[in-house]
Write a protein that binds this ligand. Sequence first.
Ligand code: ASP
Length: 590
Amino acid sequence: MYDARYSTRSHTSAQLGLDATGRTVTLAGWVARRRDHGGLIFIDLRDRAGLTQCVFDPADSGAAFALAEQVRPEWVVSLVGVVRPRPDDAVNAELATGEIEVLVSELTVLNRAKTPPFEIEDGIETDESVRMQWRYLDIRRPEVGRALELRSTITHAFRSALAERGFLEVETPVLTKSTPEGARDYIVPARLQPGRFYALPQSPQLFKQLLMVGGVERYYQIARCFRDEDLRADRQPEFTQVDIEMSFATQDDVMALAEDVLAEVMRAAGVEDFATPLARLTWHEAMDRFGSDRPDLRFGLELVDVSAVVADSGFKVFADVVAGGGVVKCINAKGGASLSRSRIDAVGEVAVEAGAAGMAWIVFGTDGEVRSPIAKFLGEPVIAALRAAAGACDGDLLVFGAGERAQTNEVLGVVRLALADELGIERAGLAPLWVVDFPQFVHDADTDGWTANHHPFTRPFDEDIDKLETDPGAVLSYSYDFVLNGLEVGGGTLRIHDADLQRRVLAVLGHDAAAAQEQFGFLLDALAYGAPPHGGIALGLDRLVMILAGATSIREVIAFPKTSSGVDLMTDAPTEVTTRQLADVHLRLS
Ligand code: ASP
């Protein structure tokens, strides 16, 4: 409860309504606005919960009136006054305190403020870099404050939902040995161990597994994770996960726990319609139908395999692809006939950027006419068959991808999103799902080796274990991603709890026995001392809060975020250090 306890106030703006009429109150906060009106001065006083209109009347306010003439926006003041109903024509229905005002008798200036570099108000269009440089002023804006409040509500809901289910909150080290999660480590020189370095954790993965070996059985942590990645898109060098691990649990157990906890969190965040159990797609289905392992299910535009339809068509490009073992797929962009030629070309460019050689298309005009650069090669019967296969009618647009299956899926996955944008498809509400059964490994064309799809500790399907060495690409894993509105908001796996199996998987990943022992010896040892079957999940707190806050960037829901080049514009971090500091940690700059 945001109230006046433990403060110099008698009330906050969260506690002021008509029922306080006649009360003498002491308020404190920031001057949001000051207006001089026909002999009266009005100050809108801002606190965390909102605004309260305070009135200074020369007849009643005495010395406070003269002082009120001097105050400026963002000054910090406290005041004493009497609550009274506003005149009918001054009631503001938008404001929680809109039915009352406070007639001030005493005013104290607690601090002055320079004129802020931007208005402390919602909906400002100030450049983000300016807001980040003065982030503390930005946070003072109600919409940013609300995002932080939602974040706190959500974090608290996670904690109580997990604690209620017997999960122990355990902290794990930040100065640690690296756990490979596929990114570069941030490293920290160890002054007391010349030439040695700690790594900041990419996630607490190995520690949480070791807690299971330690018999903790149910663990969680609101964990900071650090990954030194190229910060394209909406990434941060440090981010927060709700990290969970449990013993003697199947994949279904972990997913059920996550669903129950998420349902409670959603309720706390005011989401009414989060129905469980959630939909599930296997990784293969997700790729085949949506071209993405994190499909946005708020709209259709599914991929349709039309290889059989075009295999014998006169269009050699398609026929050759099918003959060569590839696929031809299309998306029916409903209503897309209304897109201009240049908009279709723009989508084609998206396809090319995603790796396609080009993008064929067919428009079924509302006038019944067919327009397409490939119409003459396909011929009417094939076009009619494509129309039927894709469920198209007049007014629709078909766009095509052709080539190797995985790549074609991926290209069309990107095209699908671009089409949704072009068609102006409204993406409202929440579309959660699980994507399960990921391949254990991803082939790395550069090295012709295999890398872990999730991480090296993921347990392969029991029935695929004998393919580990012979056909790694065909091995599936006990794995599950929680996807919300086209974003991966969580991911987890069952873990390998058998030292020999862990060694085999590490070997496929290119760690020979000596290298495995050197890097993961402590884990391999632990697995040999009675490790229980276990698995877990990590939910991305920043992304979840972003979606629920209706924000478009995780920076909006992180109190002090960094720019996309990893800079904190407020503190200027990272900064240079002195030669002395470098010498202390046995480093010299090259
Ligand atoms: N450690 C994994 C990650 O950070 C999550 C997990 O497998 O629990 O993505």
